[in-house]
Design a protein around this ligand. Structure first.
Ligand code: CP3
Length: 343
């Protein structure tokens, strides 16, 4: 059993840092695209056999040290009653984004077992098929990121609709964020009960908020979800890309076991700033360097590993891998981590 990942999460001594990649089960893999030819994205997510097949692909093909269950952060809003489709070239889209007070009243509190049982089934099946080869990571979106997607209805650059709600109707925003924190927390607990050995919270749209608003609308709810998930005893990873300025505050408010570091944040600086905290760090190679030739990927990866120092570090990208990265280059990154030893 390769438990490097879990040991690094707990800051136990490791021979080398473990490595996995955000979005490692994705379109850059021809084997993923082959499954995707037969089924659309939401069918893949909703069919445990297919979800597990692609969950295992990066373990088999690249030799990563952890598997992350193939799913999406938007399954929670979907379970709250919001119709979702994922269109080619557009990405995920809610048919009726939350805009009026009546829209907010239609949203219901999901039951992990009744509404998200297919994710739990996929986790159980993945654990069985992994048979202890590497640990399995579960995940969910953080409340602010989910709420902003529910209001915008699709990806956005300005987040105008979501941010307008914070300004014009903060009470309604706080009420939904509190419900989302409970739903996310309960879902993560259910994922652990189904076999997830660590869980990651993605607050991907933290980047949309300035410090004052991040502290009011994102951080307390991220912290509440982490608090609930930590009750299980498995390591909890908090990742809030774009909020690198707030690493100390996120660590203090959430008590997360592992802090995700985005590619915009200097690795050595993150390490210094969090040195007195009992947590591990995860990240943070800029995924664009996977377009470089293998020797350059290797050099950049080794520099990144040295900056983190080798212990209490999980090697990863500082954002999800791009769909057009050659598989050989992704493998160069994984191999570069595996060959490296702390000086
Ligand atoms: O890391 C993994 O391999 C696990 C699977 C995973 C997916 N999405 C699969 C996916 C995870 C952890 C996510 C998280 C996710 N989903 C986030 C947060 C992390 C991030 O990347 O910022 C967000 C914002 C979403 C919402 C989402 N889902 C978007 C914006 C898109 C479209 C963008 C894109 O890459 O196409 C998706 C679709 C999606 N989720 C795909 C995958 C593999 C592509 C679907 C396809 O095959 O067409």
């Amino acid at each position: 059993m390769n438990d490097l990942f879990l040991r690094a999460c707990r800051r136990e001594p490791v021979e080398r840092p473990p490595v996995w990649m955000m979005r490692q089960a994705g379109r850059y893999l021809p084997e993923y695209r082959a499954v995707r030819e037969r089924a659309d994205f939401l069918t893949m997510v909703g069919t445990p056999e297919l979800a597990v097949e692609v969950t295992l692909q990066p373990v088999d093909l690249l030799g990563v040290d952890a598997a992350i269950i193939f799913s999406d952060i938007l399954v929670i809003p979907q379970a709250m009653g919001m119709a979702l489709s994922v269109d080619e070239g557009i990405g995920p889209r809610f048919h009726q984004p939350l805009r009026t007070p009546a829209d907010f009243e239609r949203v219901r509190d999901p039951s992990p077992t009744e509404d998200l049982g297919y994710v739990l089934d996929a986790l159980r099946l993945a654990r069985r098929e992994l048979a202890g080869r590497v640990p399995l990571i579960g995940f969910a979106g953080a409340p602010w990121t989910l709420m902003s997607y529910m209001i915008e209805g699709q990806g956005s650059k300005s987040f105008m609709h979501a941010k307008r709600l914070l300004v014009q109707d903060p009470g309604r925003a706080h009420a939904l964020l509190a419900r989302l924190a409970r739903a996310v927390g309960a879902f993560l607990v259910a994922q652990v009960e189904a076999g997830a050995q660590a869980v990651q919270l993605f607050d991907s749209w933290a980047t949309a908020l300035g410090p004052r608003d991040f502290r009011e609308f994102a951080l307390p709810y991220l912290a509440e979800a982490v608090r609930i998930a930590r009750g299980t005893g498995v390591p909890v990873i908090a990742f809030a890309p774009g909020a690198g300025w707030a690493l100390e505050e996120i660590a203090a408010a959430t008590g997360a076991d592992v802090m995700g570091i985005d590619w915009q944040t200097d690795a050595a600086d993150a390490r210094r700033r969090l040195a007195d905290r009992p947590l591990a760090l995860q990240g943070n190679l800029d995924p664009c360097w996977l377009y470089a030739p293998p020797a350059v990927i290797r050099k950049r990866t080794h520099e990144m590993l040295a900056a983190f120092g080798g212990q209490g570090h999980i090697a990863n990208l500082g954002h999800g891998i791009n769909p057009d990265v050659p598989v050989a280059n992704a493998r160069s990154f994984v191999d570069a981590v595996k060959e490296w030893r702390a000086p």
